[in-house]
Design a protein around this ligand. Structure first.
Ligand code: ADP
Ligand code: MG
Length: 343
């Protein structure tokens, strides 16, 4: 196990800079998730930790050793890729044993480790099969097994669940969470899926355009997003944003609002109320009935669209009006120009 320390890390491909100075402290045994939209630099940052990409500037340390110039195989990391990257002509057993064999590990030690990992991942029955004859989920377990046998100080996962169908994704996500609890290793996990980030992470790092937007525990990012980007990225459906003129009784808010203020309210925090007590009101445009709850899409008289998450579809129906209130502590305030959270 080891900590990972990233200081002033930049990455350029030719003239194009894609990482713009990243600083991060990843604790020993922590499960850290890099999340952000496609192209924001998650894989690039992970690959620089793995040693698969050169670091243009700054340092990456694993434990107390700067590893910028250390070969990938000597960094004590093991990586799991979205595409599994298994050798098609080798059995599952040989795929899992390959790295250890390369490292000249004694045969009985290889056998012990492969069987132990297979047991954990419940793939013992497939050890003699070719990856070709496995489902996507089974292949991904083999790829995870191949990482486990190397007993790395740091596990690196790059969108490992993206090629799996929805139910398998949920199941494998739980298995990765269990694996972390069991191994207590440092894990760095890349995803564009905020649900994976929220459920797996001790700490989430939100990236955007090669910069860190916010670092924090999942619940902190949900409750106190540092800016509008994080506010919209964490939480589903996304946080609603209102202009000051959308808000009826601004005097009820804990902060004075002006044209320079944007008001953020999560769909799950809007509560139906009498028109006279409304903070925001809207005309119903669409209702998505999801059984467990309904997502009601509305528009204010000012033309701002928003979503309310309700226990049941409203009796008012399409084109009906609804009024909402919110507990004042659950209202977020942002600067219209900078997008930053107002203190
Ligand atoms: P993510 O994993 O978050 O989707 P990446 O780390 O793959 O994003 O990419 C970050 C940025 O770097 C993107 O703009 C991408 O186009 C660029 N990039 C990645 N690899 C290369 C490369 N080999 N050459 C040039 N640009 C690259
Ligand atoms: Mg990527």
């Amino acid at each position: 196990m080891a900590s990972v320390t990233i200081r002033g890390v930049r990455k350029s491909y030719g003239d194009i800079q894609v990482m713009h100075g990243v600083d991060l402290d990843i604790g020993d045994g922590e499960f850290v998730v890099f999340v952000g939209p496609s192209g924001c630099g998650k894989s690039t940052l992970l690959r620089m930790i793995a040693g698969l990409e050169d670091i243009s500037d700054g340092t990456v340390s694993i434990g107390d050793r700067v590893v910028n110039e250390v070969a990938p195989s000597k960094r004590g990391v093991a990586m799991v890729f979205q595409t599994y990257a298994l050798y098609p002509h080798m059995t599952v057993y040989k795929n899992m044993a390959f790295g250890l064999k390369q490292a000249k590990t004694p045969q009985d030690e290889i056998d012990r480790r492969v069987r132990a990992a297979a047991e954990v991942l419940q793939i013992t029955d497939y050890l003699e099969r070719s990856p070709r004859n496995l489902s996507g989920g089974q292949r991904q377990r083999v790829a995870i097994g191949r990482a486990i046998v190397r007993d790395p100080e740091v596990f690196l996962f790059d969108e490992p669940l993206s090629n799996l169908d929805a139910s398998l994704r949920v199941q494998t996500r739980l298995e990765i969470a269990r694996l972390h609890r069991r191994l207590k290793s440092t894990m760095i996990y890349v995803t564009h899926d905020q649900v994976e980030a929220m459920t797996l992470a001790d700490k989430i790092v939100v990236l955007r355009d090669g910069k860190v937007e916010q670092v924090g525990a999942p619940i902190d990012l949900y409750e106190r997003p540092a800016n509008r980007f994080v506010a919209q990225f964490i939480g589903s459906p996304k946080m609603n944003f209102f202009a000051h003129k959308d808000v009826a009784s601004a005097s009820a808010l804990p902060k004075s609002v002006s044209v320079d203020t944007q008001i953020g309210i999560r769909p799950e925090h809007l509560v139906v109320c009498e028109p006279g007590e409304a903070l925001v009101s809207g005309r119903i445009e669409l209702v998505e009935q999801l059984g467990e709850y309904a997502l009601v899409h509305l528009m204010t008289s000012n033309g701002t669209e928003f979503i309310a998450k309700m226990e049941k579809p409203p009796v008012e129906g399409i084109d009906g009006s609804l009024s909402f209130n919110v507990v004042p502590e659950l209202v977020h305030f942002f600067d219209v120009k900078t997008g930053l959270r107002l203190p």
